[in-house]
Design a binder for this molecule. Sequence first.
Ligand SMILES: [Zn+2]
Length: 157
Amino acid sequence: MNSRKRVLNMRITIQKSEFEKIYNYALLQLPDEACGLIAGLEMEDGSREIRKVYLLTNTDHTNEHFSIDPKEQLQAVREMRAEGLKPLGNWHSHPETPSRPSEEDKRLANDPNASYLILSLEEKERPVLNAFHVESVNGDKVARKEELVIVQEVENG
Ligand SMILES: [Zn+2]
């Protein structure tokens, strides 16, 4: 077989103000994990731009895992569609562990097209945000890191 697999552009950008929303909200939710959704645009080359983040309720209320409140999730998806944005994936915080998917995170990541953002607050003053794709490979869930860029928005006029 020599069919060429399409190489996806794994670049995703988030505006600094949206990043700060996630960071501040995650700090407020400590010691619990915080979670929410990301919405934005998908470019023709496969790269993605996060335009808006949603700060939602972790109904598990623990520091080890999260479940996004399903009603809030539905409402957020409606809202993003109404604004012409696409659901791009979700985000959650790791209050005490590094910014990479846990085994449970991988198990629960069922959309191979989604971007999964993880904010580590291991060092509260130095938040680390990474983005991942999670795919099933021979029955195993494999996480691949995306190129996440935090962009400073340009002031208008
Ligand atoms: Zn996690």
